[in-house]
Design a protein around this ligand. Structure first.
Ligand code: CUA
Length: 311
């Protein structure tokens, strides 16, 4: 992806990228122009003052003005460059008030992301366009480096401490994430994508939670969620006796409740039992140890689909 206005750098995908590029281009042209001037003067002097027969070299002696100019001109230039660079650095290091906090954890060899609502994703982060994001970066094992070229930002993930960067995505679409610190065999495979979406689509994603991988049936997704949410620690799927009712043959059953009423195991009952486990207790299961699970409808539907297969 080459930006039309800059052949050297990838497309600018954050509001701060232009600032970094402007600074880069300034330093680039500054260096190029001074290199050209210095080389031109050198060539002129080499030709003009070359050794010729009959001309004797004379020492120039001390020139106070020249000494002062070549001492203080570079000092002024460096002070200007430092000022410009530091300003951009601070912009990219200090998050705006109200920035969305995303946790980034580097691990051999993947990036794990955690949203403000606690849900996590591996190697795939979704962000709303136009909203500042603060990335709080840590490592579970060795040194990694969280590198987002589209935002012109890179920060080490250091074991035992938090580092952070901030940027505001300004274009819809994908942003590539690399690991920029050699971290072992699969370092080059430690890649992630950031998908920048509209704020509405992002909110919808947060509300509905993660989608199953493409090609996964609801039943298979439900089976994954059964393990992922640790339902399997209390509910068997083969009729074995565990702290909670088995899921085998549960669907559609007339279930006797502890208060004497009878309930048909249907969508509403399952949904209620996941979100508010204490609402109805099955007879014979007086222990009320199940915590509420904050699953979204697509996940609950998948668990129901899985449950239906357990005849
Ligand atoms: Cu992680 Cu290289």
């Amino acid at each position: 992806m080459v930006s039309p206005d800059n052949f050297q750098l990838p497309e600018q995908l954050s509001t701060g990228a232009a600032e970094v590029d402007d600074l880069y281009m300034f330093v680039y042209w500054f260096s190029l122009i001074f290199t050209a001037i210095i080389v031109a003067v050198m060539i002129y002097c080499i030709v003009k003052f070359r050794r010729r027969p009959g001309v004797k070299a004379e020492p120039v002696g001390h020139n106070l003005v020249l000494e002062l100019v070549w001492t203080f001109a570079p000092v002024v230039f460096i002070a200007i460059l430092f000022h410009l660079g530091f300003k951009v650095y601070v912009h990219n290091a200090v998050a705006q008030e109200g920035a969305m906090e995303i946790r980034v954890r580097g691990r051999q060899w993947l990036w794990e992301f955690q949203y403000p609502n606690g849900s996590t994703a591996t190697n795939e982060l979704k962000l709303p366009v136009g909203k500042p994001v603060k990335f709080i970066i840590s490592s579970d094992d060795v040194l990694h480096s969280f590198y987002v070229p589209g935002a012109r930002l890179k920060r080490d993930a250091v074991p035992g401490m938090y580092t952070n960067i901030t940027f505001t995505p300004n274009k819809l679409g994908p942003m590539q994430v690399f690991c920029a610190e050699y971290c072992g065999t699969s370092h080059s495979g430690m890649l992630s994508m950031i998908e920048v979406m509209t704020p509405e689509a992002f909110q919808k994603f947060l509300d509905e939670g993660d989608k199953p991988p493409a090609g996964t049936s609801p039943e298979e997704y439900g089976a994954t969620l059964y393990k992922k949410n640790a339902c399997n620690t209390c509910h068997s799927v083969d009729g074995a006796k565990m702290p909670g009712p088995t899921w085998k043959g549960l669907w559609g059953k007339q279930e006797q409740m502890a208060d004497g009423s009878t309930v048909t195991v249907d969508e509403n009952y399952i949904k209620e039992s996941i979100l508010k486990p204490q609402a109805k207790i099955t007879a014979g299961f007086t222990t009320t140890q199940m915590p509420p699970f904050t699953l979204k409808d697509p996940q609950i539907d998948a668990i129901i689909a899985y449950m239906k297969t357990l005849k």
